[in-house]
Design a protein around this ligand. Structure first.
Ligand SMILES: Nc1ncnc2c1ncn2[C@@H]1O[C@H](COP(=O)(O)OP(=O)(O)OP(=O)(O)O)[C@@H](O)[C@H]1O
Ligand SMILES: [Mg+2]
Length: 277
């Protein structure tokens, strides 16, 4: 099989007309991939995405063909349709954080949407908003307007995918909330199939593509604990001899264990299934 893309976390292979999306156990902090893997992370992200694709199948078709993949990737790879990906990150936000917080503090808007005065970090927004960004500028994401998206992919497609993005966010956050997790925001990717139809692709509502906050610790007015990488970030913040450029440091065993437990915990809470990796 031919390797067509190797990202920080995933390797993508072509198998005839299909793609095999392999999610590794690699983990990054401050955009630097660390030399120590987190056991089961790739499988957890893969199984969680598969679970969400099924939950959301009545909202929009997805790229999953099957889990029939070469033995060495079993459990952490998906056989999927090879799509022409749209050059937009489709993002929905329900809380004030990250790039949205930065813009709000400067000018009272998020992605051009005027918000009420007096909101603080991590506050819930009056309603979820659609805040797309470009896809090419990895690491330096910038909001683009709805009109920019429409110019890129057409008005009808942009309108449909804005509604679909918000619907997936609403569904996902409602379900996660029942299980003690706040989904502050999420990024989706869509592509076009050969017949022109629009398809949900990549990964869905995972800790890598979304901000998951444990509801019991939620407190507006400060930065929130993220369910997955908090241990890693806390640990890496204690390192005085690493300047956050590659190569990253080895992760100590207890931090690996704690981080792995967080990923498993997110999977088990959201799906309601025990982890059987
Ligand atoms: N069904 C699909 N058809 C074609 N491309 C897809 C499909 N699903 C996902 N992709 C693409 O596969 C790639 C997944 O790789 P990965 O997530 O590791 O890399 P990335 O998001 O580009 O980030 P980075 O390389 O910075 O880690 C993305 O470019 C994604 O857009
Ligand atoms: Mg990706």
């Amino acid at each position: 099989m031919q390797l067509v893309h190797s990202g920080k976390v995933r390797d993508v292979y072509a198998d005839g007309a299909d793609l095999i999306l392999v999610t590794s156990d690699r983990v990054s902090v401050y955009d630097v991939v660390l030399p120590t893997p987190i056991p089961d992370k790739g499988a957890v992200l893969t199984q969680l995405s598969l679970w969400w694709f099924e939950q959301l199948a009545d909202v929009i078709p997805n790229h999953v063909i099957s889990t029939d993949v070469p033995e060495q990737w079993a459990g952490r790879a998906i056989r999927c349709r090879r799509l022409e990906m749209l050059p937009v990150e489709f993002i929905a936000r329900g809380y004030l954080t990250g790039l949205g917080l930065a813009e709000y503090q400067k000018q009272g808007t998020v992605s051009g949407v005027k918000l009420p005065d007096g909101l603080v970090e991590a506050d819930q927004l009056p309603e979820p908003i659609f805040t797309p960004t470009t896809k090419a500028t990895e690491g330096h994401d910038a909001f683009i307007s709805f009109d920019d998206v429409a110019a890129e992919i057409g008005w009808d497609t942009a309108t449909y995918l804005r509604e679909t993005t918000l619907e997936i966010y609403r569904r996902g956050s409602e379900l996660a909330a029942q299980r003690g997790i706040i989904i502050a925001d999420t990024k989706l990717e869509f592509g076009r199939a050969a017949d022109g139809s629009l398809v949900l692709a990549d990964e869905v509502l995972t800790p890598d593509s979304s901000r998951f906050w444990p509801a019991v610790q939620y407190q507006p007015g400060r930065a929130q604990e993220s369910l997955d990488k908090q241990f890693l970030r806390d640990w890496s913040a204690t390192l005085t001899d690493w300047d956050r450029t590659p190569p990253g440091p080895e992760i100590p065993a207890d931090v690996v264990t704690a981080t792995r437990e967080r990923y498993l915990d997110a999977y088990e809470r959201i799906t309601g299934r025990p982890w059987q990796g």
